[in-house]
Design a protein around this ligand. Structure first.
Ligand SMILES: Nc1ncnc2c1ncn2[C@@H]1O[C@H](COP(=O)(O)OP(=O)(O)OP(=O)(O)O)[C@@H](O)[C@H]1O
Length: 280
């Protein structure tokens, strides 16, 4: 019998295909086709692509969220290839291994800041994942852990007693990030971390993720449709288009030597923008 343990890469996928099963009037839909990529320990990989290219689907599977029984939406399923996360193969993963994956992966979902529980205080929101795993977690230790996280995301401790509606969009995103990092994960998956955040503080949010990644030495998959965001944080990028990987490497490599027409078009647009910026 195999142990289900796989590669030393925090994320490794091989020819991974992900499908949404038929539901209601919708027929089955293959959202990701044959994705092969690896994330090295300590690396930040940016996942770039337009809306609908399959980025969130990848996040839902690799974070383990879509594999848990309490995933609310229609669950995407792996129908081809393999993915391993923190050494666990995700296909036919057992409960215990899945528990290890969801513990070791901090997931900042696309709408995390906007869907913080409205009736809970910031302190309760950050503490919730810990209490969900262990109802009897020592309350003094938990309060310290929560305060440490709030401090880590550069928020004043005065926010602990506030409710989400009393915070700015940037502060809410910092709270969501504190919650995602509360277990000290080995891997962070951040899905559009600057979406829904005020334009004036978008850079501050992405720079905070970058700083925390260096301080805490986790690996990260940062998803965005915005190259400018990924430029600030990622070592390499993976470009997706209609569920297919069409570029992988450093930003420079991907755009100076595109091997897919979609990336070539993006590269052209970037050159035009660059020339325009230089000439004004
Ligand atoms: N529950 C679902 N059932 C069927 N198809 C879905 C479901 N969720 C997403 N899809 C489809 O899968 C494809 C990929 O969606 P996904 O959300 O992963 O894209 P994305 O790149 O993250 O886009 P966005 O940035 O808009 O979230 C899209 O065509 C989408 O319509």
């Amino acid at each position: 019998m195999t142990s289900g343990k796989a590669s030393a890469f925090p994320i490794s996928t091989s020819d991974l295909t992900i499908e949404y099963p038929p539901h209601g009037a919708s027929s089955a839909f293959v959202a990701v086709h044959g994705l092969t990529l690896q994330l090295a320990p300590g690396e930040v990989l940016g996942l770039l692509g337009e809306s609908g290219s399959g980025k969130s689907t990848v996040a839902r599977i690799l974070s383990g969220a879509a594999l848990t029984s309490d995933f609310g939406d229609v669950r995407p399923v792996i129908t081809g290839g393999e993915a391993s996360v923190l050494g666990h193969k995700l296909r036919r993963i057992g409960r215990r291994a899945l528990n290890e994956v969801t513990f070791g992966v901090g997931m900042l979902a696309q709408d995390a800041a906007e869907t913080l529980p409205a009736t809970m205080t910031v302190a309760e929101i950050v503490a919730e994942p810990v209490l969900d795993r262990d109802r009897r977690y020592n309350s003094v230790a938990l309060a310290t852990r929560v305060a440490t996280m709030i401090d880590a995301v550069r928020l004043p401790l005065s926010v602990l007693d506030k409710f989400p509606y009393e915070l700015s969009s940037g502060q809410r995103q910092r709270v969501a990030l504190a919650r995602a990092l509360v277990f000290g994960p080995e891997l962070l998956i951040a899905d559009e971390p600057t979406a829904g955040v005020d334009a004036t503080v978008r850079h501050a949010v992405i720079d905070l993720i970058s700083e925390l990644q260096r301080e805490r030495e986790f690996s990260a998959l940062v998803i965005s449709h915005d190259l400018a965001v990924l430029r600030r944080v990622a070592n390499r990028i993976a470009v997706m288009h209609q569920g297919v990987l069409v570029g992988l490497g450093t930003i420079e490599d991907v755009f100076t030597d595109p091997w897919h027409p979609y990336v070539a078009e993006m590269a052209k647009a970037l050159t035009i923008t660059q020339h325009h910026t230089e000439s004004v």
